[in-house]
Design a protein around this ligand. Sequence first.
Ligand SMILES: Nc1nc2c(ncn2[C@@H]2O[C@H](COP(=O)(O)OP(=O)(O)OP(=O)(O)O)[C@@H](O)[C@H]2O)c(=O)[nH]1
Ligand SMILES: [Mg+2]
Length: 327
Amino acid sequence: MDIAQLSDRILNADRRALARAITLVESARADHRAQADELLSSLNKSGRQALRIGMSGTPGVGKSTFIETFGMMLVGKGLRVAVLAVDPSSARSGGSILGDKTRMERLSREPAAFIRPSPSQTHLGGVARRTRDAVALCEAAGYDVVLIETVGVGQSETVVSELSDLFMLLLAPAGGDELQGVKRGIMEIADMILVNKADGDLKSTATRTCADYAGALRLLRKRPQDPEGFPKALTVSAVEATGLDTAWAEIQALAEWRRQSGHWDRNRAAQAQYWFAEEVRQALLARLDTPWAKSRMTELSAEVAKGVQTPQAAARDLLTGLGVTNR
Ligand SMILES: Nc1nc2c(ncn2[C@@H]2O[C@H](COP(=O)(O)OP(=O)(O)OP(=O)(O)O)[C@@H](O)[C@H]2O)c(=O)[nH]1
Ligand SMILES: [Mg+2]
């Protein structure tokens, strides 16, 4: 594969080249990894930035429907939109947005939109790292907005917030007792809460739910990255496409404030450091995943069980064998 050529095509917003590049960064093959690193380093020079919006919500809350209508609205404003997913269950299901392309039927037909299902990897860390690369590729391809979706099942939100400039939580209208169902940690990383399905019979419940969450958000510790009035709770209807303009206006206002105040750059710098540390951690863990390491681990483990070696000595033995020594 000619990496320089692929890089040029991506910079020229060639969607097929972008899709191919994402497949390359998702590959676990050593030669592919080397090419992917070269490609990412080359594209990094473009300096292009998209607005990265992370989005989470429990199954059925309307994430796909929202992305379809919200994405169509952005495309209507002349913006180019990419949709990526971090699906912690993709190892099992083989990716959720894939089947979802039918739900995003209109958006997936838009030339200004790019939709990519979650990579299938065995663990969340792997999925997230490759999604981070995919985000970088979309930015280099000149997308204005990158939406990163994840199903709300705990850990994945934290990971997605490390990939985004702004994090939105999509919620369904519900009775007051369900407010407790949202974990505090998730509330604390949310920049905006959107109560979806504010239409028909559900409209008044949605308004009440929204007020409950607005109250809950006010009780949280004030964060330095927020201007007055944020994080905010709003009602939307993905089906009727109402409230989306307001949501977009608020998103832009928040993004602009963060750019002006320096939080945007500081956040991106901190994220780059997070992913650097993560790359190191994952690379070290991968060293344990070789046949030699596994069998040596089994041998030493047996010796530890028999009391022939202490756990510490055995660990040092293994690490020395791997060429990992303390400096
Ligand atoms: N009334 C109403 N129904 C909605 C709205 N948005 C989505 N729905 C419905 O809610 C159901 C689930 O919507 P999806 O968009 O598939 O939800 P999801 O969050 O992507 O679900 P998963 O992919 O399973 O996690 C569908 O039947 C939608 O038609 C809305 O704004 N109003
Ligand atoms: Mg969905």
